[in-house]
Design a protein around this ligand. Structure first.
Ligand code: ATP
Ligand code: MN
Length: 470
C-alpha cells in the first residue's frame, strides 16, 4: 500500500484511496459502539487525520484501546468521506501498528495547553504542538519565498563566512572564536608566559583574532561589485546583552547587496520584498495563518493583507523626530535629533501615527556606521530602516559610501584602522560604483507574520544571554 502524508490524506481527492499513514497520536477517544477515534498528526499540516479503528482489529484490546498521546503509529486503511464537521476525510483502519509508545505518566505534552515559557524548557518536544508546528511551517515557507524572490530577480546566492576577522562596523558585540584553552595562560608545551593579547592572538588557530560574523555585508559587497546583484542568507551572531523579545544571540539574516543601486532603489526593493514574503505566506500557509489569527492575534490577517497592498510610508529621520516631538506621547527615552530611535518611538510611528509599515531614511551620521554614504549636508547618511507594527525595526540598510576619500575619512573619524579594511577600500579604488543593500532578520519576519510575541518562540533552538540549553 502507498504511504501518504496526513496533509494529502485530509484532501477530498484522497477519498477512496487505500493508504498507509504514519504519525504521532494527538488524541484517542473510545466509543461505546465498539471502535476508537484516533487523531494523528505527522507535521505535514496543522490539521490531524482522524483514524477509525474497529474493535474487530486483532490488537484492539491490548494495544489500540490503550494508545496514549505522543505514541507513534503506522495505520493502513481506506480513506473515506467523513461525516464529522471540520474535516473532509477519515481513515478507516485495516491495521494499526504501535511503533513507539509514550508513557502518559511522564510524557509532558498531554491535552491541556501549555505556556510558551514552559514549552521553552522542552525545546525537543515543543515542535509536536500545534503552535510550534505552525511556526516551523511558516518559517520554512518564508525561507522558500526569500530564495524565490531573489532568484526571480536575478540575484546570485552567495555564502559569506561565518568566522570572520573583520568587525563589521561594530554592529554589536562579537563572539570570539578561539582554540586557545581559556584555563591556560601559557602556550602549550612552551612554558612561556603570555605577555600581550597580540602574542596570544598570534598563537591562536588563525594567527589573529577571529569572531563569529555579525553581518555578511562587507563580503557581500565584494561579490556585488563583481557580479551585480547578490544575497547572502545565514546565521549571524551578536553577543550584546539585550534580553528583549526581539533579540537573539544567534539569528538568521538575509542580506541582498546590489551594484548600481541608490537609496531609492534600495527602499523600493525592500518594500517589494516584504510584500512578496507576506503574500507568499498568506497564499501557501492558509491553515496555519488562520490558526495564528484565531489563537495569537485576531488582527493578524487584516494587518498582513493591508501590508501586502498599501504603500509603505517613507519619511526622513528628521521628519520622524518632528512627528515624535509633536506627538504629545510620554516616551521613556527622550527624543532629540541626533539620538537613536528606541523601539517605543519606532512602534509609535508605525502603529499609531501611520498605521502601516514605515521606511525611515537619512539618519544622523554620528549614530550610523562608517560605510553608509554621506549626504551633501555633511551630517546625515543614506541609511534606511523599515519599521513594521508590533515588531519595530525589521530591516536595516543603506546606500554604501563608494567614494574612496570620503570613506577613508569616515573610517578615521570613527577610530578604525584603514589598514584592516584594505580590501574593502580596494573596491573603491578599482571601478567603484554606487551600491546599496539591507539586512532582514528572519526571526523578526517570522514574528511579524505569525504574531508570536517572543523571538525565542520562532527559532527552533534559541540562544540568548544565559541560555543555550539544547
Ligand atoms: P536593533 O536596533 O533592533 O538591535 P540593529 O539596528 O542592531 O537592530 P542591524 O544591524 O540593522 O540591527 O541588523 C539588520 C536586521 O537584523 C535588523 O533590522 C533585525 O531585523 C535583525 N537583527 C539585528 N539584531 C538582531 C538580534 N540580536 N536578534 C534578531 N534579529 C536581529
Ligand atoms: Mn539597524
Amino acid at each position: 500500500m502507498e504511504k501518504i502524508r496526513v496533509v494529502e490524506a485530509r484532501k477530498r481527492e484522497a477519498i477512496g484511496r487505500e493508504a498507509v499513514v504514519e504519525g504521532w497520536v494527538r488524541t484517542r477517544r473510545d466509543s461505546k459502539a465498539g471502535f476508537s477515534f484516533i487523531e494523528i498528526n505527522d507535521g505535514s499540516s496543522l490539521g490531524n487525520l482522524q483514524v477509525i479503528a474497529d474493535k474487530q482489529l486483532p490488537n484492539y484490546d491490548e494495544q489500540i484501546k490503550t494508545l496514549s498521546v505522543g505514541s507513534s503509529v503506522r495505520v493502513a486503511g481506506t480513506i473515506q468521506e467523513s461525516p464529522a464537521k471540520g474535516q473532509a476525510t477519515e481513515l478507516h483502519a485495516t491495521a494499526v501498528e504501535l511503533i513507539g509508545d509514550a508513557d502518559p505518566a511522564s510524557y509532558p505534552l498531554q491535552k491541556k495547553r501549555h505556556s510558551f515559557e514552559f514549552l521553552r524548557t522542552i525545546a525537543h518536544l515543543r515542535p509536536r504542538t500545534n503552535t510550534f508546528g505552525a511556526v516551523a511551517r511558516v518559517r520554512n515557507a518564508l525561507c522558500r519565498a526569500i530564495h524565490e524572490f531573489f532568484q526571480q530577480e536575478g540575484f546570485l546566492y552567495i555564502h559569506t563566512p561565518i568566522i570572520t576577522a573583520s568587525d563589521c562596523e561594530g554592529a554589536g558585540e562579537m563572539f570570539r572564536v578561539t582554540t586557545l584553552d581559556p584555563c591556560k595562560t601559557t602556550a602549550a608545551g612552551q612554558g612561556t608566559e603570555d605577555t600581550t593579547p597580540a602574542e596570544r592572538a598570534a598563537r591562536d588557530f588563525f594567527g589573529r583574532p577571529t569572531y563569529l560574523t555579525v553581518s555578511g555585508q562587507l563580503e557581500a559587497e565584494v561579490y556585488a561589485t563583481s557580479l551585480g546583484k547578490v544575497y547572502t542568507f545565514g546565521p549571524t551572531f551578536r553577543a550584546e546583552n539585550s534580553n528583549t523579545s526581539r533579540h537573539l544571540a544567534e539569528f538568521w539574516m538575509v542580506e541582498p547587496e546590489m551594484a548600481f543601486f541608490e537609496l531609492d532603489d534600495n527602499m523600493e526593493l525592500a518594500e517589494r520584498f516584504i510584500k512578496h514574503l507576506v503574500r507568499e505566506v498568506l497564499a501557501s500557509c492558509e491553515e496555519d495563518m488562520q490558526f495564528f489569527n484565531l489563537r495569537i492575534d485576531s488582527s493578524l490577517l487584516e494587518t498582513l493583507e493591508q501590508v501586502a497592498e498599501a504603500d509603505f510610508q517613507r519619511l526622513s529621520y528628521s521628519e520622524a523626530v518632528e512627528v515624535l516631538e509633536r506627538s504629545g506621547e510620554k516616551f521613556e527615552f527622550p527624543i532629540a535629533w541626533g539620538r537613536d530611535l528606541q523601539s517605543e518611538h519606532e512602534r509609535y510611528l508605525t502603529e499609531k501615527h501611520f498605521g502601516r509599515p514605515v521606511v525611515l531614511y537619512d539618519y544622523p551620521a554620528t549614530i550610523k556606521p562608517f560605510y553608509m554614504r554621506l549626504n551633501d549636508d555633511g551630517r546625515t547618511v543614506r541609511a534606511m530602516d523599515v519599521l513594521v507594527p508590533r515588531v519595530g525595526e525589521i530591516i536595516g540598510g543603506s546606500q554604501r559610501e563608494e567614494r574612496y576619500d570620503v570613506l577613508l575619512e569616515r573610517m578615521q573619524q570613527q577610530g578604525l584602522n584603514p589598514g584592516d579594511y584594505w580590501w574593502y577600500l580596494d573596491l573603491r579604488r578599482y571601478g567603484t560604483v554606487p551600491h546599496s543593500g539591507f539586512g532582514l532578520g528572519l526571526e523578526r519576519m517570522v514574528q511579524f507574520v505569525t504574531g508570536m510575541a517572543n523571538i525565542r518562540d520562532v527559532i527552533p533552538f534559541p540562544r540568548t544571554p544565559g541560555s543555550a540549553e539544547f
